[in-house]
Design a protein around this ligand. Structure first.
Ligand code: T4K
Length: 372
């Protein structure tokens, strides 16, 4: 029930297995006293994810951010990285914290992923990589971006934080580019409480990632690199094993909520939705809506009305990363007008696997009630 003035519907809500199922999964962890450092649950989850994500190599991490950071560092990159400003700040911070310079490129108006038509004009002799984002789980134009990366001999690392389980013409999304990072944060379609992974076909990269996340240690008396600590612990791995058992149900349930949202909001003048992509099996990670002037109420009006009705929505991704205090003196958001416009108009509505259709209706009623 949505009560006036009380935020009791949040923008998302972690999917969880039954308590007893999780307890059974962690029983051997308690019995063995082996709690972290690539234990049995860690190895089991890695193997299961290789299957589920159709990947040659999966390297688990303590979170998605460190996974991306370690991946960029393990690739030994130097110079400029072409990326999108329409993302969570983690993408840019991972680039900067790896000693690289982000170069922001605009996005496509239809799905808000990096626009391949604008990438080449950003390439200089300092460019070393492209880091596109499958934002909201929408798949980037992987073929066009791959062509550009190969032509200019650039590394291609996808931020696939939102895209767990997505496939393109049957091909798992994590198999594009040199590597992809997935986030397993509690708010994601699949989660390990906190966690993440790098997925790659490159065995040598995977070996370097193992060093990056465990102090560069190769044995009890040897270290070969200045690695850090970014290991996924056994309790998180156990949560992942449980959630993976139910992932198809979680995604199907989210899909039913998305279908109802589309039914209610799909043909409303002034509301722009991200359309399903041909050949793509979606994971229904987020439900973004863009409010055009024609709608008669601004994004901020709708955000406030939802809040007043006790419904939490989020302005993912406002402000643009290039507009944050730590970046705005270096970058000009006017250079990426499509991204800037989307950031001013977008609101992501509540979406999670046990969101009831009646609640979706109440949310849609509230959104539509904002029209003037
Ligand atoms: N790249 C991209 C494109 C990303 O979107 C992200 C993370 C990353 C990289 C980095 O991956 P990680 O290092 O996080 O694995 C959230 C998440 O913390 C973050 O993972 C996510 N993207 C980002 C888009 O959203 P906040 O600050 O908006 O989350 P918060 O705490 O406000 O939670 C949102 C809602 O989720 C709450 O209203 C209720 C619900 N919730 C939250 C938590 C923490 C739960 O149901 N359970 C929970 O445990 O950042």
């Amino acid at each position: 029930m949505v009560q006036n003035g009380e935020t009791n519907i949040l923008v998302t809500r972690s999917s969880l297995p039954d308590f007893d199922e999780y307890v059974e999964e962690i029983r051997p962890v308690f019995e063995s006293h082996w709690l972290t450092n690539m234990g049995q649950k860690h190895q089991q989850l890695e193997a299961q994810l290789r299957d589920y994500l159709g990947a040659e190599h999966v390297s688990l991490f303590a979170n998605g951010h460190l996974a991306l950071e370690c991946c960029l560092q393990a690739l030994g990159l130097e110079g400029e990285v072409i990326t999108t400003p329409f993302t969570f700040i983690s993408t840019t911070n991972a680039i900067v914290r790896s000693g690289l310079s982000p170069v922001f490129c605009d996005v496509k108006p239809d799905d808000l992923t990096l626009d391949p038509a604008r990438i080449e004009e950003k390439i200089t002799d300092r460019t070393c990589a492209i880091v596109p984002v499958h934002v909201y789980g929408s798949v980037c134009d992987v073929e066009a971006i791959e062509r550009i990366a190969r032509t200019h001999d650039l590394k291609l690392v996808y931020d696939a934080a939102h895209a767990f389980g997505v496939t393109v013409d049957g091909r798992p999304v994590g198999t594009f580019g040199d590597a992809s990072m997935f986030s397993f944060h509690a708010t994601k379609v699949f989660h390990t409480v906190e966690g993440g992974a790098v997925v790659t076909e490159d065995g040598a990269l995977c070996e370097r990632l193992a060093l990056m996340k465990n102090f560069g240690i190769t044995g009890p008396e040897e270290a070969v690199a200045a690695g850090g600590n970014a290991k996924l612990n056994e309790f998180s791995a156990a949560m992942g094993i449980c959630n993976l058992r139910h992932i198809d149900d979680y995604i199907a349930a989210r899909g039913r909520a998305v279908a109802r949202y589309r039914e209610r909001l799909g043909d409303v003048p002034g509301l722009r939705l991200i359309e399903p992509q041909p050949g793509v099996t979606p994971n229904h990670a987020y439900f973004p809506v863009l409010f055009e002037d024609e709608f008669g109420a601004s994004r901020d009006d709708v955000f406030a009305a939802l809040e007043q009705a006790g419904i939490g929505s989020r302005k993912y991704f406002f402000p643009l990363v290039s507009d944050f205090v730590c970046y705005r003196d270096t970058y000009d958001a006017a250079q990426t007008p499509v991204a800037r416009d989307a950031a001013a108009r977008v609101l992501t509505l509540p979406l999670y696997s046990d969101l009831e259709l009646a609640t979706v209706d109440a949310i849609c009623d509230c959104v539509l009630g904002c029209r003037r």
